[in-house]
Design a protein around this ligand. Sequence first.
Ligand code: GLA
Length: 727
Amino acid sequence: MAIEMKNKVFSLETANTLYQMKVDEYGVLYHLWYGAKTGCCMDYRLDYPDVGFSGNIPEAGNCRTYSLDTLPLEYAASGVSDFRVPAISVTHADGSTALDLRFESARVVEGKYSIEGLPAVYADEKDAQTLEIVLKDVASELRVVLLYGVLAKEDVITRSVRVENRGDQEVVLDRVHSMCLDLPYGDWDWVHFHGRHTMERQVERLPIAHGIQESGSRRGTSSHQQNPTVLLCESDCTEQSGVCIGAALMYSGGFQAQVEKDQMEQVRLVMGIHPDTFAWTLAPGEHFNAPEVILSCSTQGLARLSQQFHHVIRHHVCRGEYQLSKRPVLINNWEATYFDFNEEKIYHIAKQAAELGIDMMVLDDGWFGKRDDDVSGLGDWFVNENKMKGGLKALIERVNGLGMKFGIWFEPEMVSEDSDLYRAHPEWAIQVPGRAPARSRYQLVLDFSRPEVVDYLYERMSTILRENHIEYVKWDMNRSICDWYTATLPAARQKEMPHRYVLGLYALLERLTSEFPHVLFEGCSGGGGRFDAGMMYYCPQIWCSDDTDAFERTMIQYGTSFFYPISTVGSHVSAVPNHQTGRITSIDTRGVVAMAGSFGYELDLNRLSDEEKQAVAEQVKTYKKHQPLIYDGKYYRLTDPFAGELAAWQWTAQDGSEALVQGVVFRTRPNTLRRCLKLTGLEAGARYRVEGTEAVYTAEALMNGGILLPRTSGDNQPFTYHFVKEA
Ligand code: GLA
């Protein structure tokens, strides 16, 4: 039984963890434990100090030691006597803001709940259970329903919240976070993933300081600048040992994650939609669903935690025909041509690619409207026949004739002022009347909170997909959103718009992905600006970064790997000197780095030397051979590329039968020192042969003594070892 309810103690058990809560005599729901299985009720760790200025609930009478301000709470509300960061804040019809939530009821349901209009983890009924706990405000008819999905085998607990107004007056929700987690003991660090365009998911691990630290996005998207994922780990936690907890918000709009160390040295994490760009009016009888958070805990370090997230996202978040199957190796023309192409040039690139074994040609930005640079044309999703003689059909037929699939780029949420769409519907662009809107990459954002806008995009995109043999769509989104205003909402409800925008986006994605199940959708937002588990529900792969430089990518992909499966990481070999950094790396280095993802190319292969073309053909073969291991194997980070002189990573087959180790030595120094790289996660007692050689090592040798890396010459030198278990 994954969920047990006994004496008002709720125990959520997964294969290796226990999550526990308890209702006390006042109906307050405590958080007791998230960690190793203990086989016992963890309430013995609670104590009740008399702390000055931490007040007491009315029913406690003159007892000075019962305070919401010092107890670990399961879902903290604001305006009453807990003064830490709240999970929920509301404004009642009389303007008051107190919310005092007490237990009302609970029930267990077989299967995993889903959330209307929002992406959520899914599972077969036999593989998951749901716990629903209803809390009620003491002085109003507002109910907060806490939802827990327990995927025991995955070591995953999902959380979401539904707020129900069962009263007879409006209530404004000012903040509804998807989770709250109080950790009353321990010495914790937090890890967050920050960055910027072309430099996403840089890793920062910091001891939690007193007060509040926060990561978040007010950009209308989950953003390049901070990713909607947070790790809490005990200060001695490493890749291989120690306790860590991960939280990934399944949401593609603005988010907030706050970590607070309080006066009692306790840690609280809250996470959900960013309250600065949110408010929601609940009329009597209405309810609001918060997006889901995926939670997982490992007592065996960060590698194990990442593997748990990889598995659950791959098997219970991603969907569609390409969820678990092989993906086509693609070639994208963006860095090869930018806007300067016609059908002949694209065909020429495709032809060379087909000869080298590449499976799919992706036509990027510039095939539609008047789109010869990035100043105009967005919104006009009609093929530009001046540029593309014979339209898409003729080109697709020729590309298909090479034995290749064909894919195409869209940026559905955007509009250029110089476009027919904008001229016809200026009111569809997000802007405040009387204020000039900020442009970003010269473009404006369409108001996806309006159903007619979403319908229009559906009509355009589905027509193109129906009329042409398109097997892949790159869904781009190239700016942050501001100047929020929509004529469709009254003044008092304008702050609903950012969330309504995200709901509109998900509605369109849902319609298109279900109507075109054979199409592979790849997410993108100037690279990895919307790289989140919400998008992965629709797009099993996302372009990881507009930075294709192999050296930089080792860091971006390292940060990305903490939560996201390797199969989701769009990764391409591009030209040198690299267009983002000017750095020159060898074709082999670029190949090794791009293989740690959904592999492809983004350059004009016709410009390569014969040796390089030969290398490309080999890479494509190697990738196709290892793709099952890369997608389904257990992934390990062997080094921290931010800290050391090399990046190295490993996949081990689930059954231990093989392992692939790849990496890049960043610099060669004179009189090179020897370098041994320790492997991990091999089958104890087994012997492994290095493929293509006579060398056989024991797993113990490889994991304790390591492999001797070859001497390098020059910078950014790649290495690859494929180990196969001896019979
Ligand atoms: C974004 C994407 C790129 C490319 C361009 C096209 O920057 O991340 O891959 O598609 O847009 O304009």
